[in-house]
Design a protein around this ligand. Structure first.
Ligand code: UDX
Length: 449
C-alpha cells in the first residue's frame, strides 16, 4: 500500500518507519530540508530506542523515502497521514495551524481520491475543519475530487514507541465511510493478526478517545501524588499504600507511581487542551483543572524539600542532579520536572552539577553555557564535590547506589529522591537524610540535624 506521512517528528517518523517495516511503501514529507537530508542519511533527530536502525534498514530496502516536495508527497499515497505538531496556544488550546496547512497542501495538489488520516492529537471537531480546508483548496482550483477524512490517534509512549506501535492494545479509527474502513484495515492488517484490535467509531469519539486516555492516566498520577502528599503529613509510607491499592484489579498497579510530577510532550499539553475545549463549550472541567494544578504543585516539591534540608539557604550550594529527561529512555525534556527544580535552584543562588544518560545535549540546547550548570560524564562525577543529591528521573542505572560512598562524597548528607527509588532504611543506615515522595515517618529529619 502507498502511504504518505506529513511531519517527521516523533509520531510521524515512528508511524512511517513501522508501516514501511511491515512492507508498505512509505513517503515521509517535511518542510525542514535539513532534517530530510539527515534522515536520508539514516540520521534521526530524536533518541528513540531501535528507531535509527529501523529507519536505515527501511531506507536501504527502498520502502521508506523522504521528501520536501509537497506535489510528490500528495501524489504518492492513497493514505495521507497528518502527523505534524499541535503546540499549545497561549490559552492552552491546541494550535491547529500546521494541521490545517497540511490539509490545504493536500487539497491543492491532489489529483485523485485520498484518505486524509488525522494522526496528530487534535481537539474534537478537527476532522471537520480538515475536511473543510481540503475541500476549499480543491474548490480554489475549480475542481471536484472525492476524499475522506478520518481520525486515527496514536497511543505511543516515548522510549517504547516501536513496541507500542507494533503491539498496541487497540487501533482506533474514527470514520463512517466503508471505503475508509477497508483501506485502514489493509493498512493495519499486519498488526491485527493476534486478535481484533481495530476499533471503528465516530470521528468525534475517536478524537475524544485520545484526550480521555491521556487525561485518565494523568489523573491517576495526580491522584497518587495527592495521596503521597497526604501520606507524608499523616506519617504513612505511600509505597506501601501503592501496593495496597494496586492489588485491586479495578485500580491496578500501572500509573500509580507517585513522584515529582508528570512531564513530556503529551500529558501536560493534552490535559490543558481538553480543559480548554471544555470551556469552549461552556463546561468547567473541574477535575481536569485540578489534575493539572496538582501536577504543577508536585513539580515544586523537590525544591521545597531541598530548601528545607538547607534551612532555606541554597546560595552557593552545588546540587548533584541525576536525571534530566521527563522519564527514562528518552532525551526529551519537555515539561520535565528537572527543569522546575534546576530553575528554582538557580533562582536561589545555587549551582547544578547534572548527569543524564541521554538528555545532556538537549539540556545544553535549552539552557546554553552558564556558570551555574555543569554537565558531567557520569553519576559519580555529579556527586563529587556536591552538597546534596537530587534524583529526577528513574533511569535504570540509578537504581542501585553505594550509599556509603555517596555519604563520603557529599558535603551535606542529603538525598532528595523524586522517584522513590530506595529503601529509606538503607539510605538512613548510611547516615544520609532521605527526602522522598510521601514516605511518612521514614523521612523525618532527626532533631540533631
Ligand atoms: C504518554 C502516554 O502514555 C501515551 O499513551 C501517549 O500516546 C503519549 O503520552 P509519554 O508522554 O511518552 O506517553 O510518557 P509516559 O510513560 O506515559 O509518562 C508520562 C509522565 O508520567 C512521565 O513524566 C512519567 O514520569 C510520569 N509517570 C508515569 C508518573 O509520574 N507516575 C506513573 O505511575 C507513570
Amino acid at each position: 500500500m502507498k502511504i504518505t506521512i506529513f511531519g517527521t517528528g516523533y509520531v510521524g517518523l515512528v508511524t512511517g518507519t513501522c508501516l514501511a517495516d511491515v512492507g508498505h511503501d512509505v513517503m515521509c514529507m517535511d518542510v525542514d530540508a535539513n532534517k530530510i537530508a539527515r534522515l536520508r542519511d539514516g540520521e534521526i533527530p530524536i533518541y528513540e530506542p531501535g528507531l535509527e536502525s529501523l529507519v536505515r534498514d527501511n531506507v536501504a530496502s527502498g520502502r521508506l523515502r523522504f521528501t520536501t516536495d509537497a506535489t510528490e508527497a500528495v501524489a504518492f499515497g492513497t493514505l495521507q497521514f497528518i502527523a505534524v505538531g499541535t503546540p499549545p496556544d497561549e490559552d492552552g488550546s491546541a494550535d491547529l495551524q500546521y494541521v490545517l496547512a497540511v490539509a490545504d497542501t493536500i487539497g491543492e495538489h491532489m489529483q485523485e481520491y485520498k484518505v486524509i488520516v488525522d494522526k496528530s492529537t487534535v481537539p474534537v471537531g478537527t476532522a471537520d475543519r480538515v475536511n473543510e480546508a481540503v475541500g476549499k483548496a480543491i474548490a480554489r482550483r475549480g475542481e471536484t475530487l472525492g476524499f475522506d477524512v478520518c481520525s486515527n490517534p496514536e497511543f505511543l509512549k516515548e522510549g517504547a514507541a516501536i513496541e507500542d506501535f507494533t503491539f498496541g492494545a487497540r487501533i482506533v479509527i474514527g470514520t463512517d465511510s466503508e471505503r475508509v474502513k477497508e483501506l485502514m484495515r489493509e493498512c493495519y492488517a499486519p498488526y491485527n493478526r493476534q486478535h481484533e484490535k481495530l476499533m471503528f467509531m465516530d470521528v468525534r469519539a475517536a478524537e475524544l478517545t485520545k484526550y480521555a486516555a491521556n487525561a485518565m492516566l494523568a489523573t491517576k498520577i495526580s491522584f497518587m501524588n495527592e495521596v503521597a502528599n497526604l501520606a507524608e503529613r499523616l506519617g504513612a509510607d505511600v509505597e506501601q499504600v501503592r501496593h495496597g491499592i494496586g492489588s485491586d484489579p479495578r485500580i491496578g498497579y500501572q500509573f500509580i507511581y507517585p513522584g515529582c510530577g508528570y512531564g513530556g510532550s503529551c500529558f501536560p499539553k493534552d490535559v490543558q487542551a481538553l480543559a480548554r475545549s471544555a470551556s469552549d463549550v461552556d463546561y468547567h472541567a473541574e477535575l481536569l483543572t485540578a489534575v493539572e494544578a496538582v501536577n504543577q504543585r508536585q513539580k515544586q516539591t523537590l525544591f521545597t524539600k531541598l530548601s528545607q534540608a538547607f534551612d532555606g539557604d541554597l546560595a552557593g550550594k552545588t546540587i548533584a542532579l541525576w536525571g534530566l529527561s521527563f522519564k527514562p529512555n528518552t532525551d526529551d525534556m519537555r515539561d520535565a520536572p528537572s527543569r522546575v527544580l534546576m530553575e528554582a535552584v538557580w533562582n536561589a543562588g545555587g549551582r547544578i552539577q547534572a548527569f543524564d544518560p541521554e538528555a545532556m545535549k538537549e539540556c545544553r540546547r535549552l539552557y546554553g553555557e552558564r556558570d551555574d550548570l555543569t554537565l558531567v560524564a557520569d553519576r559519580i562525577q555529579a556527586v563529587k564535590g556536591a552538597d546534596a543529591l537530587v534524583i529526577c528521573t528513574e533511569w535504570k542505572e540509578f537504581r542501585t547506589v553505594d550509599f556509603d560512598w555517596v555519604k563520603g562524597n557529599l558535603a551535606t548528607p542529603v538525598i532528595v529522591d523524586g522517584r522513590n527509588l530506595y529503601d529509606p532504611q538503607a539510605v538512613k543506615r548510611a547516615g544520609l537524610l532521605y527526602f522522598a515522595v510521601g514516605r511518612g515517618d521514614s523521612m523525618k529529619v532527626p532533631a540533631s540535624h
